[in-house]
Design a binder for this molecule. Structure first.
Ligand SMILES: Nc1ncnc2c1ncn2[C@@H]1O[C@H](COP(=O)(O)OP(=O)(O)O)[C@@H](O)[C@H]1O
Ligand SMILES: [Mg+2]
Length: 244
């Protein structure tokens, strides 16, 4: 997953959805999915487009975004759809940069704090009792097995739940948008949002600091979230993420 540096060929569907707007590709994911910023035709918007996959769908994501928007800032979904091979979702642009934009990679202390505080705010705001989706260990293992992944036996026994929250599901740093003031602004990429132990998200957010800012930021993220590191749960959920 990365900010593309080469020229990206704009898919025909994206061109149609852009309705004449200028397109800049801002993100390429591991599934071959692309996200474009569209400008110059009214308010700016984003087009997320990608091949169908067995892990999640963009219609799942659109539904979750609409639900979460009752309590937290997430992009407003303008349109979503799919054909036999691909899916897409169009959202109104929020006025923030990904926490891994070069601007914030140059200021890791600010970015890491923003991501940790954003995650905590999300966990505090979303109501577990109203959440229709599950991101429990067993559901994740089932999902992985559907995709043909062999999950090691020792991961089948999760640590006791510390605190159930509505988890982001992909709490890595690129999915927090940061405002000009260096504070978190919004969450994106909610296709896997669901109820789980909070350490499922904290572990991924902490681990991803190393991919995006280099070593040494994990504990700063956990401190910004506002808990003492729980080494056992961190290790378990990191391993589950890498396996599943
Ligand atoms: N509505 C939006 N407003 C601002 N930035 C957005 C918006 N939607 C997506 N982005 C940017 O595009 C990037 C990719 O979108 P994301 O949903 O995370 O795709 P992926 O699932 O491929 O990671 C995000 O990290 C964010 O920087
Ligand atoms: Mg993302």
């Amino acid at each position: 997953m990365t900010i593309p540096t080469d020229d990206v060929v704009v898919p025909d569907r994206v061109r149609l959805l852009a309705r004449g707007a200028d397109l800049e590709c801002v993100w390429r994911n591991d599934y071959g999915g692309l996200t474009f910023r569209a400008t110059g035709q009214g308010d700016p918007f984003f087009i997320k487009w990608g091949p169908r996959n067995l892990e999640f769908t963009l219609s799942d994501e659109a539904e979750r975004m609409q639900w979460a928007s009752q309590w937290i800032t997430v992009p407003t979904v303008l349109e979503s759809g799919g054909d036999e091979t691909h899916e897409w979702m169009v959202t109104a642009a929020l006025d923030g940069l990904s926490a891994v934009d070069p601007r914030w990679v140059a200021e890791p202390a600010v970015a890491v704090r923003a991501v940790g505080e954003a995650l905590r705010a999300m966990h505090d705001a979303l109501p577990v009792a109203d959440c229709p989706w599950d991101w429990s260990v067993s559901s994740r293992i089932e999902n992985a097995e559907r995709r043909g992944i062999v999950v090691p036996d020792h991961l089948r026994t999760a640590p006791e739940i510390d605190l159930l929250v509505v988890s982001h599901g992909d709490a890595c740093c690129p999915n927090t948008l940061v405002g000009d003031d260096g504070r978190w602004l919004a969450h994106v990429d909610l296709a896997l949002l669901g109820v789980a132990d909070r350490w499922a998200d904290i572990a991924v957010a902490a681990m991803s600091t190393e991919w995006n800012y280099g070593p040494g930021w994990e504990d700063a993220l956990i401190e910004a979230y506002g808990v003492e590191p729980d080494r056992e749960r961190l290790a378990y959920y990191r391993e589950l993420w890498n396996a599943a």
